[in-house]
Design a protein. Structure first.
Length: 424
């Protein structure tokens, strides 16, 4: 009787983390949902006359506001795919804003970008030391980093910025622009098409026009990081080993993976991405550091990551949604949000029909009742209070998370404490 053994090469993708248990939406179905949503939005625009909800300026602003949220969410994705919960994204963004502006006004904006990434990465390194090496609860560590970052930047800002032209205890001097680009010809054609007000065609033109008009070079880099992260995490041996640490670190260690190293790398990269989001706020969205300018975007980024089911594509859609609702504050907020009440009613009606098809009659009735309330609110008013406009991004965050909660599947070992050799 003979036995044979097969050597396991950890450099090859042999260890596959468990797939999500729920059914994923296929690409054709996803495209159909997006097309249906755009059609309803176009219909609402025609009925209400709120052309601002899909014009080029609105979409361009939405993209700018979505970028820091998306970068924070992408940072959370890297950390949590390795099994480390990163509530400290807000604090790492704060570090990115301060370090980016501090270096940017002295040595130029691109130097500020690099130093801001390093600043966020230092926050990630601290989080990794506390959680991976010293086994502190991940939530406690993240909250502590948020508080520490806020206190440190509040202390350092007067020391670094006072005495310089335009600087104060709460604001840095102005940072030179990174520059913007507009695709010649295409941008003008899409803007003209959007202005015609045609059903669906003009709305799609507005969406695409916002992607090619007055776009920062840092925005282009941020957008490229989404497919780049997907490729690294799902198509390379490095990404496989990193994700294995978030699914089953004991099994990963048994195959020779240095779990501590990959967790450290993931959390440092996470902090760097969140720091880059902070740099965007301090150099692109505003040409200076301003105390409190993150405004909870780190937490919204975390919500976008959860909405996206810990996947880069879903995260990007969530960040775009939250960025769009946030942009309503800046461009015709009251009229646009009032029009979106009708859109919400129509979407809830469509959801109720879908639930009836699935024979979930109780859920369908509740959904239909909520949709009726939205329609009554729309029909009974001509505008919404400014307070509602300001709260819209946060309300949308809570509603989207509540509706998507049943299909979510986080990495299995996310947040669990792991000690080297505990599987022996």
């Amino acid at each position: 009787m003979t036995t044979s053994t097969t050597a396991i090469d950890v450099n090859q993708p042999t260890l596959q983390p468990a797939a999500p248990t729920g059914r994923r939406m296929s690409l054709p179905v996803l495209l159909l949902v997006i097309a249906g949503t755009l059609s309803l939005t176009s219909l609402v625009r025609l009925v209400t006359g709120a052309d601002g909800i899909t014009n080029v300026s609105q979409m361009s602003t939405a993209l700018q506001l979505a970028v820091p949220i998306g970068l924070a969410g992408l940072g959370g994705l890297w950390a949590e795919r390795a099994g480390v919960v990163n509530i400290g994204l807000e604090g790492m963004m704060i570090l990115g804003t301060w370090f980016g502006a501090w270096a940017g006004f002295q040595w130029g904006p691109w130097t500020g970008v690099v130093v801001g990434i390093v600043g966020g990465g230092l926050g990630g390194l601290l989080h990794a030391i506390v959680t991976v090496t010293f086994k502190v609860n991940h939530i406690v560590s993240g909250v502590a980093i948020n508080i520490l970052a806020l206190g440190a930047t509040r202390y350092l800002a007067p020391l670094a910025f006072e005495g310089h032209q335009g600087g104060s205890a709460k604001q840095s001097p102005a940072v030179e622009s990174l520059g913007h680009f507009t695709v010649p010809g295409l941008s003008g054609a899409l803007t003209d098409l959007n202005a015609k007000g045609w059903f669906l065609v003009s709305d799609v033109a507005g969406l695409l026009g916002g992607l090619v008009t007055n776009v920062s070079w840092l925005t282009l880099l941020a957008v490229a990081l989404v497919p780049g992260s997907w490729w690294v995490l799902w198509r390379t041996p490095f990404g496989l080993r990193l994700r294995s640490c978030g699914e089953n670190p004991i099994a990963a260690e048994s195959l020779g993976v240095n779990v501590y190293k990959y967790k450290y790398l993931a959390v440092i990269i996470s902090g760097g991405l969140a720091g880059l989001g902070g740099v965007f706020l301090a150099i692109v969205a505003n040409p200076f550091y301003l105390e409190g300018q993150t405004s909870g975007r780190g937490y919204i980024g975390l919500a976008a990551m959860i909405f996206g089911n810990w996947m880069p594509g879903g995260l990007a859609i969530g960040a775009g949604l939250f960025g769009y609702t946030d942009s309503l504050n800046l461009r015709g907020g009251s009229a646009n949000v009032h029009a979106l009440l009708l859109l919400g009613a129509l979407l809830l009606l469509a959801g109720a029909v879908w639930l009836v098809v699935r024979r979930a009659y109780v859920k369908a009735a509740i959904t239909l009742a909520v949709g009726a309330l939205f329609f009554a609110w729309y029909a009974g008013t001509n505008e919404v209070p400014n307070q509602v406009v300001s709260a819209t991004p946060y309300v949308v965050t809570l509603v989207v998370l509540a509706l998507s909660a049943q299909r979510l599947r986080m990495p299995k070992a996310n947040g669990m404490q792991y000690r080297k050799g505990q599987g022996k």
